[in-house]
Design a protein around this ligand. Structure first.
Ligand code: KIV
Length: 273
């Protein structure tokens, strides 16, 4: 029994069982220990240490600049704050594309140094042989198809995927191939609802986790900063439901601190030694 009750540690089997029972899977991103602990205690099934950290924490315009070392540090922090949720680390740009050996060694770092229990690898059919070898090495893999942000320049922007026959066929074949080599789950990002629904129902064991892919996936994921309102003002994709608006709360707290310090009201006698 853990300090948060007798709920067990989630594993990749949790995803597979939930899909089989038709129970929705809830995933959020996390990048640090404190937030991970909050989300874990709130009851999410899994925490994804997304390479979205590049945008939402480090201020880059894309996910391309973030490095393995930074992602491993974020993953280790999340692992320190998590008791129950399955921890999935996102493999950053060029940490798996150059060769299968590179992919295995970097995926292994997330388990050895970061305390992750699975990794996420972007890409469909073209990545299947890499994903297969990583899984054969004992490292569970979550796939990621649809709009894969590491290829944003190839897509020419955040364009909804699966709208044309050719793209639908590629996505469906990719999902089946990823399931075949043993992925336990797969993110479907920015994809037409019907395509995501068809993919989800065609899969027996690989759970689909949607983001901008409609309601018929086996689960949903959001970037924690986005759902709390902690993102650029210009970033308002249609799929994003904002569950809190933290910027005004933070601004008010900081303004109150500035006022108290400048007027000499902080610290008080009680707050002094
Ligand atoms: O990096 C990330 O946060 C992701 C999710 C949006 C799926 O890949």
């Amino acid at each position: 029994m853990s300090k948060f009750g007798n709920k067990k540690k989630n594993t990749i089997q949790t995803f597979i069982k939930k899909k089989a029972k038709g129970e929705k899977i809830v995933v959020l991103t996390a990048y640090d220990a404190f937030m991970a602990s909050l989300l874990d205690r709130a009851g999410v099934d899994s925490l994804l240490v997304g390479d979205s950290a590049s945008n939402v924490l480090h201020g880059h315009k894309s996910t391309l600049p973030i490095t393995m070392d930074i992602m491993v540090a974020h993953t280790a922090a999340v692992a320190r704050g998590t008791e129950h949720a399955l921890i999935i680390a996102d493999m950053p740009f060029l940490s798996f594309q150059p060769s299968i050996e590179t992919a295995i060694l970097n995926a292994g770092r997330f388990l050895k140094e970061g305390g992750a229990e699975a990794v996420k690898i972007e890409g469909g059919l073209e990545m299947v042989s890499t994903v297969k070898r990583v899984i054969e090495c004992g490292i569970p893999v979550m796939g990621h198809i649809g709009l894969t942000p590491q290829s944003i320049h190839r897509f020419g922007g955040p364009k909804v995927q699966g709208r044309k026959d050719k793209s639908q066929t590629y996505l469906k074949e990719s999902a089946l191939a990823l399931e075949e080599v043993g992925c336990f789950s797969c993110v479907l990002e920015l994809m037409e609802t019907e395509t995501a629904a068809a993919i989800t129902s065609s899969l027996k064991t690989m759970a689909t986790i949607g983001i901008g892919a409609g309601p018929n996936c086996d689960g949903q994921v959001l970037v924690i900063n986005d759902m709390l309102g902690l993102m650029d003002e210009g970033f308002r994709p249609k799929f994003l439901r904002q569950y809190a608006d933290l910027p005004p709360v933070i601004t008010e707290a900081v303004k109150a601190f500035i006022a108290d310090v400048t007027s000499g009201q902080y610290p008080s006698e009680d707050e002094s030694y």
